[in-house]
Design a protein around this ligand. Structure first.
Ligand code: IPT
Length: 966
């Protein structure tokens, strides 16, 4: 008779035999041994495949491979150990808590290490620590069972003393991917099991520190800090720079420089007990709520934040200290001042870097149960007594591990976990243990157990309403009154998927207008994609579905402001400009500079004023600008010397971080340190436009006009020596991720509307080709299948003998309803050899109507390839806005009445639309140039709101044009 019963990993008990959670201690005098190394590893499709005999049996290693620890096993072995899988909300297993499938990838690990000869096993105890194991681990030392643990992104320590011996020791671990705890870890990310954070053996000598809690408050009225360090056992605390040498538990008050994200002053200190000395870095700061605001050191703070998942394309979530530093420096470099550790506590070293360089941190618990939404939230762990202990255990382990980081100002209970009493219990436990920080959970819409009203992806209009305290009331009047007096944060907003997001500026305007709106956290920091090689040999970024997943959510995992290789996307450049805390407003002969930092002055900045005159050539003069140091909130207006010019002239005032700023020192020499800039453009004196002075001539089957040759049907064939594919009306753009999303406000999905309207298959009929004495007029009708709607398009060519001017008039006819156009312009083809592009216009990067804050007027040069933005999922990109003049290969293009939008690429919009990975894009026989009159906005409808009304492109009678020259 065989009996079946749940496996140990299906027990909702979070841990067995785990030591009490305590503060992370990056350094101490106590001995420690890193066990990060190559371990012996055996993968099985199920915990049922092999019994646990391996734990005590060295000979089992004969069947084992080698795997680095820390790592995710799915990222090694080329498929031998399964693959990573991406699903957003849904669970990739049947919902049946706490049970999980028998098909349950299992990793058995063994590692033998030499205990250093001076390790005093008898003195005190020795702990075996795992900083992160996904998702369930059972641990043995020398064949002796130590315990089990769950909580993938939380540490566990086991008392290893009794099992430890001098000389060789063997750790054995069984890790299973699916466990009762999997139901608590449904974050929108790759499923990647394994021992993915550090493993360490820690000696805890007698009278060493079991745990400690640094309380370092700052009283902004007196300018004094109050320090009290609780320690068990008791000892002394020494802070040399402050002359402090006190017993633990004793409070001492003295003048200090406070810690803020803008001024991250840390005091080196030591905690000394009889058995150990621990170096501390103490930051003095106080989080309070008053006037309905979250205040730090007495002032309202504004979060210019990002949501950060841990990710690296080679290592997954097993991120190295170098990657963590790179993230922090990139954040500082891009004016980011806050980070939500979505949706789990990060590697603790990241938090130390936030302390050091200055970032406000929302530390989020490792908790999400979003997939229960698919089942009407039935059995959601948030309300299930079965999971109460596990959830309290998670809250406790986060707070105990991270409590000594000054950067953490908010504890978050988790993400998208519905409702339930367990969340309230977590909040109550945290509040009791650490009343010094605010508590966040977006799912508590009534904010009944949190300290702020938090939302994700609320529309501009809703944020405006909330800013005015005018949001719709809650049913419960008491709760409503409480919430209406709470500050507001957007824990997620503007979804950085593909091209965009658009509309960041309008959110920032609201945060700067309404004190209640204390900012937000952009979704999200980085695209989580892995490199793969296509059949054609090209590398591409892989996303959900590229690893054979049975269910997956495609490229929804590519929604970051950094590309997977950590190169900033245009979205981050836009964000950086919009959130710059230093406002620089340049006018004709003045600049007004305002310091909107919450604490810091501008002593860390150096200034230049640059004047560029865009005449026949570009003349630039730059001078250092003497700007007085501005305290937080201060403003100054300075005169600028701006000699008049007949040409268009740009005056740009720029502030960069000085050499001695910590983050500026740490980044690559020569890397961008610009913090803020503003620009004023003085128009050129109007110059008369050359009128058509030559007449078209018919010669054989060709028509000649100045430098241009046409065929009889009015198709332009060449301009001078440059052969072209005739310009013709183009309204299609390869749909963006945001075009494909449902607009939160209008509920419309534009990509579907546009495809249904066949805008990508416009047919062009030539109705007349008319040669007048001064022009060639080509009358056409551009229309799509099925419908009567059309764009009557007239191309009028004129020439002064040297240049060729094109004027396009577009008149919509038929039934358009409330359709928008993706874009409106002409597209022409140039020879494949075309490569160099120079332009005077707004750049250097791409820009669209609602994502153009970071673009400035200048002269730029790039190759065709450089002009492409390599979005993971191919889509419209690379549009340069408000171009005055361009030379594409040998062809010069000059604006007529209005500047134009320019896109140059080696494939058509249709090919771009058809591609699903960058490796699909084949170089065409032509370089395709789009000269645009207008684009529809970008918005952020991949998750949120589409373009605001002022950025929507309606079909209306329009005229535009350019002049070509070779
Ligand atoms: C929101 C999630 O919190 C986040 O993890 C991510 O999935 C984001 O969406 C989309 O990329 S939840 C959503 C229902 C708004």
């Amino acid at each position: 008779m065989v009996s079946f019963h749940p496996g140990e990993h299906e027990n909702p008990v979070p841990q067995i035999n785990a030591a009490a959670p305590r503060s992370w201690v990056p350094k101490s005098t106590a001995q420690r041994l890193s066990l990060n190394a190559d371990w012996k590893f055996r993968w099985s499709p199920s915990p049922l495949t092999h019994d646990e005999g391996f734990a005590a049996d060295k000979s089992s290693e004969a069947d084992f491979d080698t795997l680095p620890v820390p790592s995710h096993w799915v990222l090694h072995g080329d498929g031998k150990y399964g693959r990573q899988a991406y699903v957003n909300i849904r669970y990739p297993l049947p919902i049946d808590p706490p049970r999980v499938p028998d098909e349950n990838p299992t990793g058995d690990y063994r590692y033998t290490f030499e205990l250093p000869s001076d390790w005093k096993i008898e003195d005190g105890k020795t702990l075996l620590r795992f900083d992160g194991v996904d998702s369930w681990a059972k641990v043995w030392l020398n064949g002796k069972y130590l315990g089990t643990s769950t909580g993938s992104r939380l540490p566990v320590e086991f008392d290893a003393t009794a099992a430890l011996r001098a000389g060789a020791n063997t750790v054995a671990v069984r890790v299973v991917q699916w466990s009762a705890a999997t139901y608590l870890e449904d974050q929108d990310q790759w499923w990647m099991p394994g021992i993915f954070r550090d493993v360490t053996l820690l000696h805890r000598p007698k009278a060493s520190v079991d745990d400690y809690f640094v309380h370092a408050n700052y009283d902004h009225k007196s300018g004094k800090g109050t320090l009290k360090v609780e320690s068990s056992p008791a000892g002394r605390v020494v802070v040399p720079a402050l002359g402090i040498d006190v017993a633990t538990g004793e409070e001492v008050t003295t003048p200090v420089s406070p810690w803020t994200a803008e001024t991250p002053t840390l005091y080196d200190a030591e905690l000394r007990t009889d058995g150990e000395t621990i170096p501390l870095r103490i930051g003095f700061r106080t989080v309070t709520y008053s006037d309905g605001l979250i205040k730090v050191n007495g002032r309202r703070v504004l979060f210019r934040g990002v949501n950060r998942h841990e990710f690296h394309p080679d290592h997954g979530r097993a991120v190295t200290p170098e990657i963590m530093l790179q993230d922090v420096l990139l954040m500082k470099q891009h004016n980011v001042n806050a980070v939500r550790t979505s949706h789990y506590p990060p590697h603790p070293h990241f938090l130390s870097l936030c302390d050091e360089y200055g970032l406000w941190v929302v530390d989020e618990c490792d908790y999400e149960t979003h997939g229960f939404e698919w089942n009407q939230w039935v059995d959601n762990p948030s309300g299930s007594p079965m999971y109460t202990d596990a959830l309290l255990n998670r809250a406790e382990r986060m707070v105990e591990r991270d409590k000594n980081h000054p950067s953490i100002v908010i504890w978050s209970l988790g993400n998208e976990a519905g409702k339930g009493d367990n969340l309230r219990l977590m909040s109550e436990w945290i509040r009791k243990r650490d009343p010094s920080r605010a508590i966040h959970y977006e799912g508590d819409r009534a904010s009944s157990y949190t300290d702020m009203y938090s939302r994700m992806y609320a529309t501009h209009a809703e944020v405006d309403e909330i800013g005015r305290y005018a949001e719709p009331p809650l049913e419960d009047a008491a709760l409503d009154a409480r919430r209406r007096n709470l500050p507001f944060v957007l824990c997620e907003y503007v979804h950085s998927m593909g091209n965009g997001p658009g509309g960041i500026k309008e959110y920032q305007d609201l945060f700067e207008k309404y004190p209640r709106c204390q900012g937000g956290f952009i979704w999200e920091w980085i695209d989580h994609c892995f490199k793969k090689t296509a059949a054609n040999g090209r590398e591409y970024w892989a996303y959900g579905g590229d690893f054979g997943e049975e269910i997956h959510d495609g490229n929804f995992i590519a929604d970051g402001m950094l590309f997977p290789d950590r190169k900033p996307s245009p979205g981050l450049i836009e964000f950086k400009k919009v959130i710059s805390p230093i406002k620089v407003v340049v006018s004709k002969d003045e600049v007004t500079i305002t310091n909107t930092l919450d604490f810091g002055d501008t002593a860390h900045l150096e200034w230049t004023a640059e004047r560029k005159v865009f005449g026949e050539s570009v003349e630039a003069t730059a001078v250092a600008l003497d700007v007085p140091v501005l305290k937080a909130g201060e403003s100054v207006t300075l005169k600028l010397a701006t000699p008049a010019s007949a040409h268009e002239t740009a005056t740009t005032v720029t502030a960069s971080a000085r050499d001695d700023v910590a983050w500026a020192q740490a980044i690559q020499p020569g890397a961008d340190r610009v913090v803020a800039w503003g620009q004023f453009v003085a128009p050129a004196q109007a110059k008369p436009k050359a009128a058509g002075t030559v007449a078209p001539e018919v010669a054989g089957d060709k028509i000649h006009l100045g430098p241009a040759v046409f065929d009889k049907r009015g198709a332009l064939l060449s301009i001078g020596s440059v052969s072209v594919v005739s310009p013709r009306l183009d309204i299609w753009r390869a749909t963006t991720d945001n075009d494909r999303g449902p607009d939160e406000v209008t509920k419309r999905i534009l990509a579907n509307e546009w495809k249904e309207a066949n805008f990508d298959k416009l047919k062009h009929r030539v109705d007349a080709v008319e040669a007048t004495s001064s022009s060639l007029v080509v009358r056409t009708r551009a229309a799509a299948w099925v419908y009567n709607r059309a764009l009557e398009t007239v191309y009028t060519y004129t020439s002064d003998g040297e240049a060729l001017s094109l004027s396009v008039s577009v008149k919509p006819t038929g039934e358009w309803g409330d359709l928008f156009l993706p874009r409106l312009g002409v597209r022409l083809g140039l020879p494949k050899s075309t490569d160099k592009v120079q332009y005077v216009g707004y750049g250097p990067g791409e820009a669209y109507p609602d994502s153009r804050e970071a673009a400035r007027l200048d002269a730029f040069e790039a190759s065709v390839d450089d002009l492409q933005t390599p979005y993971v999922f191919p889509q419209e990109n690379g549009h340069r806005t408000d171009v005055r003049w361009a030379r594409v290969g040998a062809l010069e293009i000059e604006n007529a009445a209005k500047p134009f939008g320019l896109t140059v690429r080696r494939w058509t919009s249709e090919a771009l639309e058809a591609a699903t990975h960058s490796s699909d894009l084949e170089v065409d026989d032509h370089v395709w140039v789009n000269i645009d009159h207008a684009h529809h906005g970008i918005g952020t409808a991949s998750c949120g709101e589409g373009p605001l009304p002022q950025y929507r492109l309606k079909p209306e009678p329009t005229e535009f044009g350019v002049t070509f020259r070779v």
